[in-house]
Design a protein around this ligand. Structure first.
Ligand code: ITT
Length: 192
């Protein structure tokens, strides 16, 4: 059994990680949370850099294999915003949704994508695998659905007949999501 620290403070990410691991049929990996005091300074300029920073900090505190997820929503008409600042775009999840709907209002182009960069670091603190998963879609005019978290209620998933990410079942979201895509690559890497 390999123990890997999942370098996050976001319980939604952990829930999805466990669901994806289960559905992938991995039995020899156990993900654990970082110790108290885990508070990395996310001052990178890309998803990849911030993911590396978080995994590296978890490894520094534990000396263990560490995996991190840095993710966000990039809106084409807003030149990729809120992007790496998705978690800090406004004070609460609802305020972030309201602010984004308002910001996109003037534009006809509502194309957007969710991005998830994952970085896996070994015991010696070296990055051994990294992968960035994406999920394409559009920003809806109004919010719908109660599943998932964050911006899911305003993200119309490409190929899902006008349903938002929050209207998909957990399984459906994990199958097409940026996080599902990135994590399955990490799990494939870990199998060998
Ligand atoms: P950690 O850094 O502790 O992992 P965080 O939530 O601060 O948690 P990020 O800096 O990676 O993580 O920001 C991710 C934000 O992007 C998240 O808070 C949401 O607002 C948004 N986001 C990421 N994945 C999402 C998803 O699957 N559905 C909806 N919103 C998502």
């Amino acid at each position: 059994m390999k123990k890997i620290v999942f370098a996050t403070s976001n319980p939604h990410k952990l829930k999805e990680l466990n669901e994806i691991v289960q559905s992938f049929g991995v039995k020899n990996i156990e993900f654990i949370l970082p110790p108290a005091g885990f508070d990395p300074v996310e001052n990178g300029t890309t998803f990849e850099e911030n993911s590396f920073i978080k995994a590296k900090e978890a490894n520094r505190l534990t000396g263990m294999y560490s995996l991190a997820d840095d993710s966000g929503l990039c809106v084409e008409a807003l030149n990729g915003a809120p992007g790496i600042y998705s978690a800090r775009y406004a004070e609460t999840p609802q305020a972030r949704i309201d602010k984004l709907l308002e910001a996109v209002k003037p534009y006809k182009n509502r194309k957007a994508k969710f991005v998830c960069a994952m970085s896996l670091i070994n015991e010696e603190g070296r990055e051994v695998f990294a992968y960035t998963g994406e999920c394409r879609g559009e920003i809806s005019k109004t919010q719908a659905g109660t599943g998932g978290f964050g911006y899911d209620p305003i993200f119309l998933v490409e190929g899902k007949n006008g349903l938002t990410m929050a209207e998909l079942s957990d399984e459906e979201k994990n199958e097409v999501s940026h996080r599902g895509r990135a994590l399955r690559k990490v799990l494939e890497f870990l199998k060998y």
